[in-house]
Design a protein around this ligand. Structure first.
Ligand SMILES: N[C@@H](CCC(=O)NCCCC(=O)O)C(=O)O
Length: 279
């Protein structure tokens, strides 16, 4: 394992190659948002997910632009061995699950929805390891026919799952929420604990569970905080919190990304060695 320094200053033991060309960092597709920066639109993925993929999972993230069915997904899936669907400040469009389309439930990113939902379904169908985070878990659920509840903090008896209002990102991503982990499930086998403590930055959550999904963790108010597609032929885990943020200091976060990376490497190895052309 090589030591490497990320762009945020953390030191990591990378899961990357041992120099053997047949053990290169497997390629993993990662979602992108359409966002405005410097007064024009970008396809962008937050740095924290890229860093966690490289240093925590030991994979090579390839940002997939949110351009919907103009992408040849077969071409992509011939090249990658996993999929990461990231969090985002935008919400899945309610029209995709029969929800309230008001602007109050925004902001929206329809270009991302039109890309991630088919991408998730194809990844599961093809047995690609999937790690879906926050909005990604919500997209996983909607892609499988589930629904979302909005402004969950307003529900009677609900905790407030939103982040604290602060300019300090470490404070926004503070680890404080206790979850109970479903015994003998995918998450339980990864984290090796009945209870975990995580961060929380969301105002929506799973309402009706999508087809084939199983609950892997719940918050103290019953909110679904993790799901898996257990019949998937590979690792297919969605988490409502953000393990990518504290990957260099939080063991639970590190275990999730390491398990995902191991599943990706297992698929890559099963596909056979990468064609290596000597210089
Ligand atoms: N918008 C959805 C999903 C929440 C989510 O992915 N949050 C990421 C926040 C990123 C940041 O602000 O740093 C919801 O609110 O449920």
């Amino acid at each position: 394992m090589r030591e490497s320094k990320d762009l945020r200053g953390g030191m990591y033991a990378t899961g990357s190659t041992d120099g053997n060309p047949l053990n290169r960092q497997p390629l993993v597709a990662i979602s992108a948002d359409v966002v405005e920066l410097y007064k024009y639109l970008w396809q962008a993925t937050p740095l924290q997910y890229i860093e966690a993929a490289v240093a925590g999972a030991g994979v090579f993230p390839l940002i997939v632009p949110s351009v919907g069915d103009r992408l040849d997904f077969d071409q992509l899936f011939a090249a990658v061995d996993g999929l990461i669907v990231t969090g985002s400040g935008s919400n899945v469009h309610p029209s995709l699950y029969g929800g309230d389309r008001s602007q109050a439930n925004g902001p929206y990113d329809p270009a991302r929805d039109s890309t991630t939902l088919p991408l998730i379904l194809k990844a599961i169908a093809e047995g690609l390891p999937v790690l879906a985070i926050c909005r990604g878990l919500q997209e996983l659920n909607v892609a499988l026919g589930g629904t979302l509840a909005t402004e969950i903090q307003e529900r009677p008896g609900s905790l407030d799952h939103r982040e604290v209002q602060s300019d300090n990102r470490d404070e926004r991503y503070a680890i404080h929420q206790v979850l109970s982990v479903t015994p003998d499930g995918c998450l339980s086998s990864v984290v090796g604990a009945d209870n975990i403590i995580v961060n929380s930055l969301h105002r929506q959550a799973i309402d009706r569970l999508g087809e084939g999904l199983e609950v892997e963790a719940r918050a103290e108010d019953g909110t679904i905080e993790a799901v898996s597609f257990r019949s998937a032929s590979a690792f297919a885990l969605g988490v409502q919190w953000h393990p990518e943020y504290w990957i260099s200091t939080d063991e639970i976060s590190a275990r999730i990304f390491r398990a995902f990376g191991d599943a990706v490497r297992a698929r890559a190895a099963h596909k056979g060695p990468v064609a290596y052309v000597a210089e």
